[in-house]
Design a protein around this ligand. Structure first.
Ligand SMILES: Nc1nc2c(c(=O)[nH]1)N[C@H]1C(S)=C(S)[C@@H](COP(=O)(O)O)O[C@H]1N2
Ligand SMILES: [Mo]
Length: 416
């Protein structure tokens, strides 16, 4: 079947927009990963009470299948967001990635029993109920979360596997700084340690300057209560920092003079300056979500290259796209509001000529930080250019992910 001809016919018949739409539909339809779940039969009463997505929409999370499971939820290490199907900038709560690890089961916390204790080097330690937290003025902001484990590797087939441990939701709650003012932070305090309610507690330390800056003690996610897997009823949001600091099922925060080396802090807070530079806060990062690995372009013609960009350092300033392995770059359009520490949609109109090529995106944030390629990172650390192919990236991996488009339109991992 001559797909080039077919695509040209469509192009002539329906115009550029129709051709692009049909190309993308067929591209996502060929995703090797998404499985159609049997549409659940719900009663009309349930449908009226709480809406359900169309049975024709079958985008699903998948397990990280290359790491053994220590826990009971999902029987997997972490659960990946289907970025290949994403539109816009917000991840639906049901598709938000989930960090499930270290023996944690999803705690069942009754809202009436919930308490948050704020203590340590403070004048008046206080315990808040959920209702009390809701009596403070609320803030609502979109922020991305990203797990340190979000590292692309050559053997990953899809963008869900290379990059699916990041999501972006609108979080609603109380400014942590307001609660800290309420308890009165004492002189000499420099760090906070926060703790979750489950057995392994998910405790972690981060600097008081961050706690006083823009953190949210959140009870809302995308306009409703936080989902149990994401920390119901209350979690911490530490914008731009590694996922692990965003303590779910938040039970306690202690204001302290220096970091505690908790179980979680090992491997995250580092005294080695080379590694420390790549921890705590995410650098500028982006990935092309379509076309991406596992998809197939049905023929040459007009497409949208689209993806997501974000940075722990603030707002996305610009995104560039390269078609020649990173030698030359062309600025993409931002196709949504660039919020600070939030996924930002970018796109570019693109006419594929049917030739083999490698496409990749590069984010620049409001601080002027530029997302590196793996070769550039290797140069900084004085390693051979292909070092990270075998070793992976230490610390937070914000390196460029290339997609290779073959002349038959199939898209594969350019790191391979
Ligand atoms: N209490 C608690 N909080 C936790 C964790 C945990 O295991 N327990 N995991 C952390 C890690 S490693 C990550 S990446 C994020 C994931 O948040 P999400 O599951 O809502 O995506 O939660 C963090 N908060
Ligand atoms: Mo994580």
């Amino acid at each position: 079947m001559d797909s080039k001809k077919a695509s040209r016919r469509k192009f002539l018949k329906g115009g550029a927009a129709a051709a692009a739409v049909s190309a993308i539909q067929s591209a996502t339809g060929q995703s090797a990963i998404a499985q159609t779940p049997a549409p659940a039969k719900r009663s009309l009463k349930d449908e009226v009470a709480y809406g359900e997505r169309s049975p024709y929409v079958n985008s699903v999370r998948i397990a990280v299948n290359d790491r053994p499971s220590p826990d009971e939820f999902g029987l997997t290490f972490h659960v990946l967001t289907p970025l290949q199907d994403s539109v816009g900038q917000i991840t639906p709560s049901a598709l938000h990635f989930v960090g499930t690890h270290r023996g944690a089961i999803v705690p069942d916390i009754k809202p009436a029993d919930y308490r948050f204790l704020l203590h340590g080097m403070v004048d008046r330690p206080l315990e808040f109920t959920l209702e009390e937290l809701k009596r403070f003025p609320s803030v609502s902001r979109p922020h991305f979360l990203e797990c340190l484990g979000n590292k692309s590797r050559a053997e990953h087939k899809t963008v869900q596997q290379t990059t699916g441990l990041t999501s972006c939701a609108e979080w609603t709650g109380v400014s942590l700084s307001l609660l800290l003012k309420e308890v009165g932070v004492q002189k000499g305090a420099n760090w906070v340690v926060s703790e979750g309610a489950e057995e392994v507690k998910g405790a972690g330390s981060f600097p008081l300057t961050k706690a006083m800056d823009d953190c949210i003690v959140a009870y809302g996610q995308n306009g409703e209560a936080i989902r149990p897997q994401n920390g119901y009823p209350v979690r911490l949001i530490v914008p731009g920092f590694e996922g692990i600091y965003n303590t779910k099922w938040l039970r306690r925060m202690k204001v302290v003079d220096k970091y505690y080396m908790t179980y979680n802090d090992y491997g995250h807070i580092s005294t080695d300056p080379k590694v420390a530079a790549f921890n705590l806060q995410w650098g500028p990062k982006s990935v092309i979500t379509s076309p991406s690995g596992g998809q197939k372009l049905p023929g040459h013609g007009v497409y949208q290259i689209t993806g997501l960009a974000w940075s722990g350092g603030g707002a996305v300033k610009k995104v560039d796209i390269s078609f020649d392995g990173g030698q030359t770059w062309k600025e993409a359009e931002l196709r949504g509001e660039a919020h600070r520490m939030a996924h930002t949609r970018f796109g570019m109109n693109w006419k594929w000529d049917g030739q083999e090529c490698v496409i990749m995106s590069r984010c620049t944030d409001e601080l002027g930080q530029v997302q590196p390629t793996r070769a550039q990172l290797a140069k900084i650390f004085n390693q051979p250019a292909d070092y990270y192919h075998d070793h992976g990236v230490q610390g937070t991996d914000n390196t460029v992910v290339p997609w290779k488009i073959a002349s038959d339109g199939s898209v594969t991992n350019g790191l391979a």
